[in-house]
Design a protein around this ligand. Structure first.
Ligand SMILES: NC(=O)c1ccc[n+]([C@@H]2O[C@H](COP(=O)([O-])OP(=O)(O)OC[C@H]3O[C@@H](n4cnc5c(N)ncnc54)[C@H](OP(=O)(O)O)[C@@H]3O)[C@@H](O)[C@H]2O)c1
Length: 369
């Protein structure tokens, strides 16, 4: 249903149609390469494995209309949902051909005559999914963008709109937590997980962070601890009776964040406090979440889901801007850093796509335009 609604609203072609469902007047984003008036973009004409279907194309930059802005894209990450969109297995899909990428930061170059809230030099991020950020230059309706301070680190701005927002909402919206309370999460080294560690720390919460075992486990543990993680444990340790010792030091969590699914979700759930909430936001293991009957009957746990795209559409620009401002305050105060990133030149997109789909890579691939 969501798919149909979005496709009907999108404008349909590469040159007139990134997904920006809140804007009926949306026009394309396109990008400019070295030659003025031309842009480069990572385009797919059919769904499939990104390395097979994504290609670098040069297109003309669309004309600027009164309510449009033109922005030079500076940096854009490759997130799992971007990959799923290209594969054609995400709940919202743009009309084809489409430009990949849903997140990133651009610098405003030019504004239409009716644009009052943005000016050249401002930094902007997409206000919704479907923008097609893997391009060098973009033209689109001003309401498809949110301004961010242009003095925050580039990688923070490029990765701000999805994962930190998701982590922030999940920490704020499902349980009323107070300083000293704890939160447990799997995929703790994911972009969402790293944001959750840092935001939770800023809120005075303790985090129990579950990761998959790997050869460089100590290095990853140290990295997460340096961000503010209180405990880092492996999936195997999560299943051991020794976990009881941990809960002599820290209260049992009332909130569990699940980005994996399968056994990991079930094991994470076992450690929830009675009446606590498991929030599923991702399914990296591609396996269903199984809830033990005892957890429902005797522990009365709440099982919820969260999708930041829906939150943004339900809550509107003002609340989105408020949240972005709050997160930028965290960044400027030095309590929220970008996830561990690997910067690659835009033209090296194939290397970036390969790394983005490799397990245990532990870094977010960022295209630098
Ligand atoms: N619902 C929402 O609003 C929302 C918002 C943002 C993200 N998400 C979802 O959240 C998930 C994480 O996104 P992200 O951008 O934070 O990811 P990311 O930075 O690319 O990290 C991917 C994470 O998934 C883990 N992982 C990969 N394959 C796995 C498997 N088979 N079993 C267990 N863990 C596995 C990785 O662990 P290793 O290092 O061990 O490989 C890593 O921790 C994705 O599913 C994404 O779509 C949802």
């Amino acid at each position: 249903m969501a798919f149909r609604r979005l496709c009907e609203r999108s404008l349909g072609s590469f040159s007139r149609g990134f997904l920006c469902p809140s804007q009926s007047q949306s026009r394309t984003l396109a990008s400019s390469a070295a030659a003025r008036g031309r842009c480069e973009a990572l385009v797919y004409h059919k769904h499939g494995e990104p390395l097979r279907v994504i290609q670098l194309e040069t297109h003309k930059v669309p004309q600027l209309h009164d309510s449009d802005i033109r922005a030079q894209m500076l940096a854009a990450p490759i997130n799992p949902s971007d990959i799923n969109m290209v594969q054609g297995i995400y709940p919202i899909l743009p009309d084809l051909p489409a430009v990949g990428g849903n997140e990133g930061v651009g610098q405003v170059l030019d504004v239409g005559s009716k644009v009052t809230n943005l000016k050249p030099g401002d930094w902007v991020i997409p206000s919704d999914a479907g923008l097609g950020t893997w391009r060098t230059e973009a033209v689109g309706n001003m309401n498809c963008f949110i301004k961010v301070p242009n003095n925050i680190p580039l990688l923070c701005a490029a990765t701000l709109g999805v994962n930190p927002c998701t982590a922030y909402r999940m920490l704020c919206d499902f349980e009323t937590l107070k300083p000293g309370d704890s939160v447990i999460q799997n995929a703790a080294n994911s972009g969402v997980g790293q944001a959750a560690i840092q935001i939770a720390k800023a809120m005075g919460l303790k985090t129990i962070n579950v990761i998959r075992n790997r050869p460089d486990l100590q290095q990853l543990t140290d990295s997460l601890m340096s961000m503010g993680a209180d405990y880092v444990i492996t999936e195997e340790e999560l299943r051991k009776p020794e976990m009881k010792e941990l809960f002599k030091e820290v209260p049992k969590p009332r909130l569990a964040l699940n980005g994996v699914g399968g056994k990991s979700a079930t094991e994470t759930l076992r450690h929830l406090e009675k009446g606590g909430t498991l929030v599923t936001y991702g399914g990296m293991a591609k396996q269903p979440v199984t809830i033990p009957v005892s957890a429902l009957i005797f522990n009365n746990v709440k099982i919820r889901g969260f999708w930041i795209t829906q939150w943004k559409r339900d809550h509107g620009r003002d609340l989105l801007q408020e949240m972005i401002s709050k997160l930028c305050d965290f960044i400027q105060a030095g309590v929220l850093r970008a996830p561990v990133c690997n910067k690659l030149k835009f033209q090296d997109y194939q290397t970036a796509l390969t790394a983005a789909t490799t397990p245990f890579i532990s870094s977010k691939q960022i295209l630098i335009m």
